[in-house]
Design a protein around this ligand. Structure first.
Ligand code: ADP
Ligand code: MG
Length: 248
C-alpha cells in the first residue's frame, strides 16, 4: 500500500473512530459515572470531532496525520485521558515517518504503550486503559514477529486481546486515576478508558480490513498471489455455537 493509500486509510480510520465515539458517548459516560466523574464519553466524542476537523487541513503524510489527531486529542479531550491518548499518539507518530509497514506499525504500537505507561505511571492490573493496550500491543508484536502473520490478522488478534483486557478490568480494584479514590468500591465496574481503547481498535481493524484484505503490505512481496496465503484474514477463536449438540 502506497503512502497516499495509507493517508487515506488513516483519515477513514479517524472518521470511523469519531463516529464510534459519538455512538458510544452515553455508554462510556455511564461507565465513568460509576467509578469516575461521568465525562469520559463526552471527552472522547469532543476530542474525535476536533480531530476530524483538524485533519481537513492537514498534510497528507501518515505521520503528520496521526500527530494531528494526537494534538487535537490533547487540546480537546481534557481530563486524564486527553494527554494519555493524545500525547502518546503524538509521540508514537514519529515511528511512521517512513510510512506504515508491518515493522513500523509494531514500533508505533510499542511506543504508544510505552508513552501511556510513562505518563500515567500505571501498569497492568491498575484498572486503566493500560489493561487493554498492553495485551493488544504484545499480541500484535508476537503475531507479526514470532508467528509471521500479516498485519491484518495480527490486528484482529490484538483486538481480541484488548477485549479480554477490558473484561479483566471489571473484577479488579482501581489503583490509578479517579476510580482509585473509590478503593474497593471500584470492584465490579468496567474501566471506561480501557473500553474506549477497545472501541478505537475495533474501528481501526474494520478500516484496515477494507484496505488490507488480500493485500500484502510489504512492497517486496507485492506480487505474491493473495490466494497462496491461504489462511482467512481474521482468525482464531472457536465459535461457541459450533459446540451445540445437534448430532444429526
Ligand atoms: P478523568 O478521569 O480525568 O475524568 P476521563 O474520564 O476522560 O478522565 O478518563 C478516565 C480514564 O482514563 C480511566 O477510565 C482510565 O482508563 C484512564 N486513566 C486515568 N488515569 C490513568 C493513568 N494514570 N494511567 C493510565 N490511564 C489512566
Ligand atoms: Mg472522567
Amino acid at each position: 500500500m502506497g503512502r497516499e493509500a495509507q493517508s487515506e486509510a488513516i483519515r477513514e480510520a479517524t472518521a470511523a473512530m469519531a463516529d464510534r465515539m459519538a455512538a458510544e458517548k452515553s455508554f462510556l459516560t455511564d461507565l465513568d459515572s460509576a467509578i469516575g466523574d461521568a465525562d469520559h464519553g463526552a471527552n472522547m466524542n469532543r476530542g474525535f470531532q476536533a480531530a476530524l476537523a483538524r485533519l481537513e487541513d492537514a498534510d497528507d503524510d501518515p505521520a503528520t496525520l496521526v500527530k494531528t489527531v494526537g494534538v487535537a486529542l490533547v487540546s480537546e479531550v481534557g481530563g486524564a485521558a486527553g494527554p494519555l491518548y493524545g500525547g502518546s499518539l503524538m509521540k508514537a507518530s514519529g515511528e511512521l515517518e517512513e510510512g506504515v509497514t508491518a515493522e513500523s506499525s509494531v514500533a508505533f504500537a510499542e511506543r504508544y504503550l510505552e508513552t501511556v505507561e510513562e505518563r500515567g505511571k500505571a501498569s497492568v492490573g491498575d484498572k486503566t486503559m493500560v489493561d487493554a493496550i498492553t495485551p493488544a500491543v504484545h499480541t500484535y508484536r508476537k503475531a507479526i514477529e514470532v508467528d509471521d502473520h500479516d498485519p491484518l490478522e495480527a490486528l484482529g488478534k490484538a483486538v481480541d486481546a484488548a477485549e479480554r483486557g477490558v473484561a479483566f478490568t471489571t473484577p479488579i480494584r482501581a489503583k490509578k486515576g479517579r476510580a482509585s479514590y473509590l478503593g474497593w468500591r471500584s470492584v465490579g465496574h468496567q474501566d471506561p478508558g480501557a473500553t474506549s481503547t477497545l472501541y478505537l481498535l475495533e474501528e481501526l481493524f474494520a478500516v484496515a480490513e477494507e484496505h488490507l484484505d488480500g493485500d500484502v503490505e510489504i512492497d517486496a512481496e507485492a506480487d505474491v498471489d493473495p490466494e497462496e496465503l491461504g489462511e482467512p484474514a481474521v482468525g482464531g477463536d472457536v465459535d461457541e455455537s459450533a459446540n451445540s449438540d445437534g448430532g444429526s
